[in-house]
Design a protein around this ligand. Sequence first.
Ligand code: 5GP
Ligand code: ZN
Length: 114
Amino acid sequence: MPDCVFCKIVSGELPSRIVHQGELVTAFRDLNPQAPVHVLIVPNQHIGGVNDLTAEHTPILAALFAAAKKIASDEGLAQNGYRLVLNQGSHGGQTVVHLHLHLLGGRRMIWPPG
Ligand code: 5GP
Ligand code: ZN
């Protein structure tokens, strides 16, 4: 997707602090972190959001969660816990229309979210 910021990060056209890159997903540090650890995990292929998912995307979804688990462990978050967030659409707070899982950790989260 030519004008998509996360497609450009996946391809390397835009710089980012990548923490994981595999065949199906890429993870990089959020530009505006909301916790001591704030990593975004995105599919390498452009998918706008949850509303665009189909059964064909199942391996990508598995890879997103596998990466989240591995990065949480690598960042030392596994024992104390962490939060995974996926914002969909305007009421969900989605600002970048390329599916992404937020991995937040290193502090205690509050509930309900804003
Ligand atoms: P959303 O609000 O769509 O769920 O989350 C988008 C996230 O992408 C935000 O947390 C924002 O800080 C992050 N972000 C937006 N543009 C960039 C960028 O160019 N580089 C990085 N690393 N993060 C970005
Ligand atoms: Zn994209």
